[in-house]
Design a protein around this ligand. Structure first.
Ligand code: SAM
Ligand code: DTB
Ligand code: SF4
Length: 317
C-alpha cells in the first residue's frame, strides 16, 4: 500500500468506529497474525535533572515534580535488571536517560554504549532513548549492535511549541534522520492527551508515515499527568479515541509494531483488549515505566493469557 496522505488519514480515522476497527483488524491479520505481543522492559538509567522543559515530563529540572535526580547507573546494575527482565520474558530492553542529548566523546555515553553491547549479548533486543544524537554517537550505537533508538515526535509540528520551548520539532526530526542514516531501526511515536485536536493527532501520524523507512515501532502513550508539571491538570484520554488512534496507526503503518505505552495502568482489561484488537502488538512490560507505574508482570501475563495472545518469540530478530 502506498503512503497515506493527510486526507486519507482523516477519512480513515473519522469513518464509523466499527468500520475502522474491521479495517485495522484486517491489516493486523495480513501482516502480524501469529507473531505475538512484544514485551519491552524499560529502565531509567539516568533519572531527572533534565535541562529541557517538555510540559509532560516528570524529569525536567524546570518543573517541580519531586523526582530526585540520580546519576547514570553502573553497567553491572543495568545488566542485573536486564537479566531479570529476560527471565520474566521480555524480548526487548529499553534504557532511558533524562538528557537533552549526547555526544560520542562523553564518557557517560561510552558507558551506555558498553551497556548496549552487553545487554545484546544476553540475547535481547536493545533500545535506548537518550535525546538528541550527533552522527558519531549514532554510529557508535550502531556498532554496539543497538536494535532501535526511541525518539518520539510526541505531537504534531503545530502543537509541539505549546508543549516544549527548549528545542524544536525540527531538532527531533534531525536526530531521527541521524538514527536512520546510521542504519538503526527507529522507535517513534507520541503522546495523546496534551490538549491536541484530532487533526494534530493525524498530522503527527502523517509525519510518521512520511518517514523513510517508516518507524519500526510506534509507541502510543496516553499522558500520565504528573503533579508539578504544566500538564498536571489534563483530563484523561477517552479510551475510544485511543482505540481509534491505534486502529488508524495500524492501517497507516501496517508493518510497524504499535506499542500501547504509557497510561496502560489506568486502562481496564476490556479497554486494553480493544486496543489489541485494533492492532496494538507491543507493550511496556514490568512494574515501572521511567518514573511512573505500569501494570504488574503477573497482571499482564494473565491478561495476555485471557486474550489467547502469546508473547513474541524470545529469539533476537
Ligand atoms: N530525554 C529523551 C527524550 O526526550 O527523547 C528520552 C526520555 S523521554 C522521558 C521519552 C518519552 O517518554 C517522551 O518522548 C514521551 O513520549 C514519553 N513520556 C514522558 N513523560 C510522559 C508522561 N508523563 N506521559 C506519557 N508519556 C510520557
Ligand atoms: C515511550 O514512548 N514511552 C516510554 C519510552 N518511550 C521511553 C516512556 C514513558 C514514560 C512515562 C512517564 C514516566 O514514567 O515518567
Ligand atoms: Fe523529559 Fe526527555 Fe524532555 Fe528531558 S528531553 S524533559 S527527559 S522528555
Amino acid at each position: 500500500m502506498s503512503r497515506l496522505s493527510l486526507d486519507e488519514l482523516r477519512r480513515l480515522h473519522h469513518q464509523p468506529f466499527f468500520h475502522l476497527l474491521r479495517q485495522a483488524r484486517e491489516a493486523y491479520e495480513r501482516h502480524w497474525e501469529g507473531e505475538g505481543v512484544q514485551l519491552c522492559s524499560l529502565l531509567s538509567i539516568k533519572t531527572g535533572g533534565c535541562s529541557e522543559d517538555c510540559g509532560y515530563c516528570a524529569q525536567s529540572a524546570r518543573h517541580a515534580a519531586g523526582v530526585t535526580p540520580t546519576p547514570l547507573m553502573d553497567e553491572e546494575e543495568i545488566l542485573a535488571v536486564a537479566r531479570r527482565a529476560k527471565e520474566l520474558g521480555a524480548q526487548r530492553f529499553c534504557m532511558g536517560a533524562a538528557w537533552k542529548g549526547v555526544r560520542e566523546d562523553d564518557p557517560r555515553f561510552e558507558r551506555v554504549v558498553s551497556a548496549v553491547r552487553e545487554v545484546g549479548k544476553l540475547g535481547m533486543e536493545t533500545c535506548v532513548t537518550l535525546g538528541h544524537l550527533t552522527d558519531g554517537a549514532a554510529r557508535a550505537l550502531k556498532e554496539a549492535g543497538l536494535t532501535a533508538y526511541n525518539h518520539n515526535v510526541d505531537t504534531s509540528p503545530e502543537h509541539y511549541g505549546k508543549i516544549v520551548t527548549t528545542h524544536t520539532f525540527q531538532d527531533r526530526l534531525d536526530t531521527i534522520l541521524r538514527v536512520q542514516e546510521a542504519g538503526i531501526s527507529l522507535c517513534c511515536g507520541g503522546i495523546l492527551g496534551m490538549g491536541e485536536s484530532a487533526e494534530d493527532r493525524l498530522r503527527m501520524l502523517e509525519v510518521l508515515v512520511g518517514m523513510t523507512p517508516p518507524p519500526e515501532s510506534v509507541p502510543i502513550n496516553c499522558l500520565t499527568p504528573i503533579p508539578g508539571t504544566p500538564l498536571e491538570g489534563r483530563p484523561p484520554v477517552d479510551v475510544l479515541d485511543l482505540v481509534r488512534m491505534i486502529a488508524t496507526a495500524r492501517i497507516a503503518l501496517p508493518k510497524s509494531r504499535v506499542r500501547l505505552s504509557a497510561g496502560r495502568a489506568a486502562l481496564s482489561r476490556e479497554a486494553q483488549a480493544l486496543c489489541f484488537f485494533a492492532g496494538a502488538n507491543s507493550i511496556f512490560y514490568g512494574e515501572k515505566l521511567l518514573t511512573t507505574k505500569n501494570p504488574g508482570v503477573n497482571e499482564d501475563l494473565e491478561l495476555l493469557a485471557a486474550l489467547d495472545l502469546a508473547p513474541q518469540a524470545a529469539e533476537r530478530r
